[in-house]
Design a protein. Structure first.
Lengths: 287, 251
């Protein structure tokens, strides 16, 4: 039994790491910002944490704090020009931002190790720390969703004019969503750095963007269960179909097309809607 | 007495005059009408008051507060709520969520408390939920609380929009063509609600197409044509004004 668990522990670690990134992506979409910059913030957080440990020899807690803060800082900085854009233009701008971060990590060789990556990072983060971080992130997103911020995010996402007419500041709330997204991505990027010995600049590129976005689209964009379920499915699936694991991206692509066509709200949100509709119908029948 | 006051309000799009030197007073506790044929500039006025369109010239005050150049989201804090010409609900959200969002300007728990889900934020959410439920009961819609707002009938959607506007406890309410597309029974129901607003001491600015409806409800009516006020006064006076008849029927 313990051997079985040990065999799947790396997969569980990956789930926890990517769960944090999925929440980072989720929270901006929730607030009506079509930003895809999570991969870039994760890269910034990871490299900051890595440099803190390797070049400066500082304690991992400091490195994680620095990764979180730089991720958040970059997000806040990016939120200023993005506030002027909407929809697909935000997506394009953030994809460009990811490429810029990848390029900077490749070219500033003295600091980041360039294309060779940042190596020999001491491994200081295990499953326990990841679990704590993932639970904390889940709680954070859950409490946002329950409270006034979640209500404001929902209003902005669905109709900005209505939100403004009710006194909701769009700029402020979207900047806040960005800051949370950047902080989450920075933190989990930092955790990744301390968990995996080495960083490769291309690890935080377009591929990660697609992966993280798939978690949220597959799982659902409007409830905290969405990223939890989406990430689980897309991490476990290639393992179940191990012969196809090489073609992970093809599986992702097919699943996304199927989900977008048949469950446009994602698995969790569709399930929640169905349950709610059933409950209402039952109540109607009883009345 | 507090008043929503537009003075010498003007809007030019390049050389096109959308609104010129418009003076309107909306006193508290009364329903004031603003009518005019299509293209008269009614929506331009609404958009200027609500901060969606920058004002070219003139001022807008709520009481002593100048909101002429205030950003859209701060105008609600000055005590003004609005409804939209085409009903705009959060269609994915349930009815009660749609009403709860109206309380936004009265939510005072700190951002940190909201982020961390501290008891103060949770209490506030509970409190707002109860107040929203009370509103739903008042409007006889408590049974529909859990239903998605997008699936309701037109009349019910209007009511949800009214409740959302009321939730912010405004001093003034701007109603942009509220009875468009409604039959007489439905519009009479809404008329009762509007009279209730005025009886509560709120100032109501009713922007309408339907002259009969306006005449029935308003104590004072302004008539707009080509961006200018062409008449004002009691409904009787306005409806018999030759300039108004010409504007509506063509001369």
């Amino acid at each position: 039994m313990s051997q079985f668990i040990a065999g799947y522990l790396p997969l569980f670690d990956l789930y926890l790491l990517h769960l944090g990134l999925a929440f980072s992506q989720y929270i901006v979409l929730r607030a009506g910002v079509f930003s895809l910059a999570t991969a870039a913030f994760a890269g910034i957080g990871a490299y900051t944490a890595g440099i803190f440990a390797v070049n400066l020899g500082l304690h991992p807690v400091l490195g994680l704090a620095a990764g979180t803060l730089t991720g958040m800082g970059a997000a806040l900085f990016l939120s200023i020009p993005l506030a002027r854009l909407r929809g697909v233009y935000q997506a394009i701008a953030t994809v460009a931002f990811i490429q810029i971060v990848v390029s900077l990590n490749i070219y500033s060789e003295s600091l980041t190790g360039g294309a060779m990556g940042l190596n020999a990072i001491p491994k200081t983060v295990g499953t326990g720390v990841l679990l704590i971080a993932a639970v904390a992130a889940t709680y954070l997103v859950w409490s946002i969703e329950k409270g006034r911020l979640g209500r404001a995010f929902d209003a902005i996402r669905q109709d900005e004019a209505v939100a403004a007419s009710l006194g909701i500041s769009i700029t402020w709330h979207q900047a806040l969503a960005f800051a949370i997204s950047g902080a989450l991505a920075g933190l989990f990027g930092g955790l990744e750095a301390y968990h995996s010995y080495a960083l490769d600049p291309n690890q935080f590129g377009f591929h990660l963007l697609i992966t993280v976005l798939s978690y949220v689209i597959l799982g659902g964009r409007n409830s905290v269960a969405g990223p939890l379920i989406g990430t689980a499915i897309l991490i476990i699936l290639p393992e179940l179909a191990r012969p196809l694991a090489e073609n992970r991206l093809i599986i992702y692509g097919i699943m996304l097309i199927v989900v977008i066509n048949y469950l446009p709200k994602g698995i969790a949100d569709t399930a929640i809607d169905t349950i709610r509709a059933r409950r209402l119908k039952r109540r109607e029948a009883a009345a | 007495m507090t008043m929503l006051r537009l003075s010498k309000l003007s809007k030019y799009f390049g050389g096109v005059v959308a609104s010129q030197d418009v003076d309107i007073d909306v006193p508290a506790g009364q329903i004031t009408g603003l009518i005019g044929p299509n293209g008269a500039g009614k929506t331009t006025i609404v958009n200027m008051i609500t901060g969606m369109l920058p004002v070219t010239d003139g001022t807008i005050h709520i009481g002593d507060t100048d909101i002429t150049h205030a950003p859209a989201h701060t105008i609600s804090r000055a005590g003004l709520a609005r409804t939209f010409q085409n009903i705009r609900l959060l269609s994915e959200a349930s009815v009660i969520d749609n009403v709860m969002i109206g309380f936004h300007r009265h939510e005072t728990s700190s951002t940190i408390a909201a982020l961390l889900g501290l008891p103060s934020a949770a209490r506030e959410t509970m409190d707002i939920q109860q107040r929203a439920m009370a509103l739903l009961q008042r409007f006889d819609m408590a049974d529909l609380a859990e239903y998605p707002a997008g699936g309701l009938s037109y009349g019910h959607q209007r009511k949800v929009e009214m409740m959302r506007a009321l939730a912010s406890e405004p001093d003034f309410i701007l109603l942009d063509e509220p009875i468009a597309g409604m039959n007489d029974v439905e519009s009479e129901g809404l008329a009762e609600i509007f009279r209730g607003f005025a009886a509560d001491g709120k100032g109501v600015l009713l922007i309408e197409h339907n002259v009969r409806f306006v005449a029935k409800l308003c104590s004072k009516v302004y008539v707009l044509d080509g961006g200018r006020l062409i008449s004002e006064g009691t409904p009787d006076h306005v409806l018999n004004d030759q300039a108004v008849i010409t504007a509506y029927l063509g001369g």
